[in-house]
Design a protein around this ligand. Structure first.
Ligand SMILES: [Zn+2]
Length: 146
């Protein structure tokens, strides 16, 4: 901001004072030039993230149940990994039915092929602060990031 490369959109935390100057402490800035990220940051695998990706719907029977579980498609006992591509959302009955089997062995079909969610946000977002900084709300609303 001091070099004129970024513009403050929100001042979140007031000002800091040096001996001669006062500087705002921004919580949202806009860069004059978009900084192209060479590699998209992969989202950390969480239960919530898998449910969110799968639209809170069991990927075996298609029901949007309140109680959902994470199913390892290739069971961990058979060497399946804990990755985005090997996890899916399952309701409790489907998960119990599938048990320690692969979908093929259990004669179950997945409604969607699990993928790594892509972070297509046009901004850098430190996710751990999302619910704590109120002035971000109007910028985040269109992107469904919670
Ligand atoms: Zn189900």
């Amino acid at each position: 901001m001091i070099q004129g490369k970024a513009e403050m959109l929100e001042n979140g935390k007031g000002f800091i004072h040096s001996a001669y100057d006062t500087f705002p402490i921004p919580s949202v800035i806009k860069l004059d030039f978009f900084v192209k990220r060479t590699r998209r940051a992969e989202q950390k695998l969480t239960r919530f993230g898998v449910f969110h990706r799968d639209n809170y719907t069991c990927q075996y029977c298609g029901k949007a149940e309140k109680q959902l579980t994470i199913d390892h498609i290739i069971p961990r006992s058979r060497g399946g990994e804990h990755t985005w591509e090997n996890t899916t959302t399952a309701c409790i009955p489907c998960n119990l039915h599938k048990a320690g089997r692969t979908p093929e062995q259990a004669h179950m079909t997945l409604l969607s092929k699990p993928k790594i969610p892509q972070n297509n946000l046009p901004f850098y977002l430190p996710h751990r602060y999302v619910n704590h900084i109120k002035e971000w709300n109007k910028y985040l609303e269109p992107y469904d990031v919670r």
